[in-house]
Write a new protein. Structure first.
Length: 544
């Protein structure tokens, strides 16, 4: 080592290469810094857009859920008389509904003149306020549904949002059912959506006032002009000024139903932390490179390039990633937390979509599968099983139940009957409300239909149906059919024939005196002959 140091050539080459190394390393530092900053800005914009889209989907789903709740409540009150809508019974019902939905602050029935006729509790306030000037009231009267942004409640002066829906009384008079939610209740739901977010969120009202800021200490400057831009473009991104971070990227969207602007800002520390680690790492490499020999300088240069290239490649891959799927990259620190938070948000959205899909497949009154779902399941059964049976049943004289005891009694009968049918079936049997008072069953196995149908008929006949302490006699008529499925079946045609045959058997049971079971069978060959002759399988001529 001493001999080399005494060598002028070595010293000259060492100095030349050292200077070259310093220049190259300096240029490298500059290029890497610029590229990293550019990629970080791109990533900040992308993550802000992703966070905004996830938040918008969550808020839209939540708002749709509130609309669905209001629609379901409206259906409960439809066709009641004006006297019933103002009765203590409905007051108690409203109280029970509000107890089940604590996020709803009040549920109010308003007549066509804007006067409150019923609410949570009948107090001096009921009828004292006229809501005819409220936009959500006018919109509901004119268009059937209405809503508003946040406004000061006339009673308690709290910021409140209202959803409204038009209903008709039995006399044909028009009323409006209004659902109210305070801003504090809304924030509780909003905080769930932003619990594991990628940064800060801000809510602005129609006039540009800040309603909520998740991180007010970052000194973000939001003006009325920014709010006007959001309302004009509805969805996009803008650059804002922060007193802590300077220029910062923000993504936004306008929530029309709530009349609010939502701005999201990716936390700068999530993106700055990797850059700071990179700077420390490169400086250490530079110091080491200055202390080693010419050969090691080359090796150290390669060592500098490798991690930097890997980092740039990783940043590019993250910028091009598909955020509709879970990110499988393993990482630690802030990036690891970022990936974990995003995956958690994706799972929550997927679970909510699954829940919404299940709700769409169910009948809202009985909880059974609805008509459309039954047809899909029957088609699937025809395509996958060697034989298929279908049982259809109908409540005898159900119109008389509604006419004699009222529609609420009819609803009770449908719900009670659904419970009896479900408890009488096996877990793998499929049951659905076909429509009105008619139900359909697809047994998992064929061959025991007579025993099943008789058990259903007997269980219903022996069951108690009591409404307001008054027993209601209920019986059912049942028709069933079964068919051996051929190879390569025309599922659409076979499903139609099976339904028609079971419905024909049900018709015979009704015609034969009700409270009985009838079957109606046909062969696959009748499908072709029926098509040629213009008749359908399962007509009266094919009753078994």
């Amino acid at each position: 080592m001493g001999t080399l140091l005494r060598s002028r050539m070595f010293r000259q080459q060492f100095i030349i290469h050292s200077l070259y190394f310093i220049i190259v390393l300096g240029i490298l530092f500059y290029q890497v810094g610029m590229q990293t900053i550019k990629e970080l800005e791109t990533q900040q914009e992308h993550l802000a857009n992703v966070y905004r889209d996830q938040l918008e989907a969550s808020l839209t789903g939540w708002y749709g859920g509130q609309r669905s709740t209001l629609k379901a409540l409206s259906k409960m009150l439809e066709s009641m008389s004006g006297k019933e809508l103002a009765s203590p019974t409905i007051t108690a019902l409203i109280s029970n509904i509000l107890a089940a939905y604590p996020e709803v602050s009040d549920l109010v029935i308003i007549d066509s003149q804007g006067t409150i006729v019923n609410a949570r509790t009948k107090t001096a306030n009921t009828g004292a306020y006229n809501l005819a000037d409220r936009p959500y009231f006018k919109t509901a009267l004119e268009q059937g549904e209405g809503g508003s942004g946040f406004f000061a409640n006339k009673i308690n002066e709290k910021l409140t949002i209202a959803l409204s829906r038009r209903i008709q009384s039995r006399e044909g008079n028009t009323y409006v059912l209004a659902l109210y939610m305070t801003f504090d209740s809304f924030l509780k739901n909003f905080s769930i959506f932003t619990e594991n977010g990628l940064g800060s969120t801000y809510l602005l009202d129609f006039d540009g006032r800040t309603l909520f800021a998740s991180d007010p200490e970052n000194g973000l400057v939001i003006t009325a002009e920014h709010c006007q831009l959001v309302k004009q473009h509805r969805k996009g991104h803008i650059d804002l000024e922060s007193q802590l971070y300077g220029k910062i990227h923000s993504a936004y969207f306008w929530m029309e139903g709530l009349q609010i602007a939502v701005l999201v800002v990716v936390a700068p520390e999530l993106l700055l932390a990797p850059l700071q680690k990179l700077q420390i790492f490169v400086v250490l490499l530079g110091i080491i490179a200055m202390l080693v020999s010419l050969i090691l300088s080359y090796w150290m240069t390669a060592q500098v390039y490798r991690p930097i290239s890997s980092l740039v490649k990783a940043v590019n891959e993250m910028a091009d990633s598909n955020y509709n799927h879970n990110i499988s990259v393993q990482a630690e620190g802030e990036i690891g937390l970022l990936i974990e938070s995003f995956n958690k948000m994706q799972r929550i959205v997927a679970e909510r979509e699954t829940s919404l899909k299940d709700t769409a497949q169910r009948d809202s009154l009985t909880g059974l599968f609805n008509h459309g779902t039954l047809l899909e399941l029957l088609d699937s059964t025809v395509q996958t099983r060697p034989a298929v049976s279908l049982v259809m049943l109908d409540i005898d004289h159900f119109k008389n139940v509604n006419d004699t005891y009222g529609h609420q009694a009819g609803d009770m009968v449908l719900q009670r009957l659904s419970q009896i049918l479900v408890s009488s079936l096996r877990d793998r049997d499929i049951i659905a409300r076909y429509g009105g008072e008619e139900f359909a069953i697809i047994p998992y196995n064929t061959g025991y239909e007579p025993m099943l149908c008789e058990r259903l008929r007997r269980n219903v006949e022996m069951a108690d149906f009591i409404f307001n302490e008054q027993p209601i006699p209920i019986t059912i008529s049942i028709g069933w059919t079964t068919l051996t499925i051929p190879e390569r079946p025309d599922s659409s045609r076979i499903c139609s024939a099976i339904i028609q045959a079971a419905d024909g058997a049900l018709y015979q049971a009704k015609k034969g005196g009700r409270n009985r079971v009838e079957k109606q069978l046909f062969e696959v060959s009748e499908l072709n002959s029926g098509a040629e002759s213009g008749t359908e399988p399962g007509s009266e001529s094919s009753i078994a």
